[in-house]
Design a protein around this ligand. Structure first.
Ligand code: 8YV
Length: 312
């Protein structure tokens, strides 16, 4: 029977589906396997189901051996996968687009509300048992109605974010290679016009440190930054500098440059809201993602085309 190597826990529904196509081996570790552990784990596998922080590359394929047919990433982002190296070896690569757009946009908008309405700050104040009393100037935040949201990358998640922002009365502009109609502006114009900049582009060599010191300086002084895509799209040290210098008003971050580490200067700041890569972390969404990844594996092992292939 085909060996199907799953690099960390996935929901049962997906394991059951995979079991129809082969012997499923799920790594019991609750952390990403180190590269040498991962190579040993996938040895002899016909399929690898991997995820965030697994390096799925030519070395992994070689360690699996010539029987490896498919690498299914349980994520929409695939910056952890060396797609050309796998394609060269005839291995199909798949990801999980679509099913996580709403959950990720929900979290991005939740973080935006948290940072603009100072929810984390208020919670910390209460939990520290600091005495407080209501007055009209107490913990004032920033409203969103009538403000401009700049969406960097209007893909499925960016569009889901736009829908939520429209319901809150925000104006939308967006940047990216594809002009999808009204609101398309250059990245420079987006930075200059937006009260909130929300990142929804994939991590590529072009978008690494897209938000650097110069980009932060080009934002409005009262603007907020939201990042729910990949940490390295933002230069975290430059972000800490910009916040210290008052160049922007705040930041809400779900992803970090060197996950699981967080730039220590951000940890102590009241104008920063942080969450530990929870974008798609709902029972429903993680199940849908893992089931889609499992379906892709089953299709390929049965000799059919996968549902959501990543082409090099
Ligand atoms: C995933 C994500 O849960 O889909 C993505 O690209 O960032 C997350 O929502 C995570 O990457 C697990 O692989």
């Amino acid at each position: 029977m085909a060996k199907i190597a799953v690099t960390r826990w996935i929901p049962d529904d997906a394991v059951k589906l995979l079991a129809e196509a082969g012997d499923v081996m799920v790594s019991p570790a609750d952390r990403p396997l180190a590269p040498d552990e991962l190579r040993e784990f996938v040895s002899g596998a016909s399929a690898v189901v991997g995820m965030l922080h697994d390096r799925l590359d030519g070395a992994l394929a070689d360690a699996a051996g010539p029987g490896l047919k498919v690498v299914a990433n349980v994520a929409v982002g695939y910056d952890n996968v060396d797609v050309p190296a796998l394609a060269e070896r005839g291995i199909v690569v798949t990801n999980t687009p679509g099913v996580l757009a709403d959950a990720t946009a929900d979290l991005a908008f939740g973080l935006l509300l948290a940072v603009t309405r100072r929810i984390g700050e208020g919670e910390r104040l209460l939990r520290s048992r600091t005495p407080w009393s209501f007055h009209l100037g107490f913990l004032l935040g920033s409203g969103l109605q009538g403000k401009t949201l700049g969406i960097v990358g209007l893909g499925q998640i960016g569009r889901a974010m736009a829908k939520r922002a429209e319901a809150f009365g925000m104006e939308i502009v967006y940047s990216g290679r594809t002009n999808r109609g009204a609101g398309h502006v250059s990245f420079e114009e987006l930075l200059a016009r937006s009260d909130v900049v929300s990142l929804h582009c994939p991590l590529t060599p072009e978008t690494r440190h897209l938000i650097d010191a110069a980009a932060l300086r080009a934002m409005k002084p009262g603007a907020y930054l939201v990042n729910t895509t990949r940490g390295p799209v933002v230069d975290e040290a430059a972000l800490a500098d910009a916040l210290e210098a008052g160049e922007i008003a705040g930041a809400a971050l779900d992803v970090f440059e060197k996950e699981p580490e967080v730039e220590p200067r951000l940890l102590g700041r009241e104008d920063v809201v942080l969450s530990p890569h929870l974008g798609s972390a709902t029972v429903e969404t993680r199940t849908a993602m893992a089931v889609l990844a499992a379906r892709n594996v089953v299709e390929v092992l049965d000799g059919r085309a996968p549902l959501t292939e990543v082409k090099p």
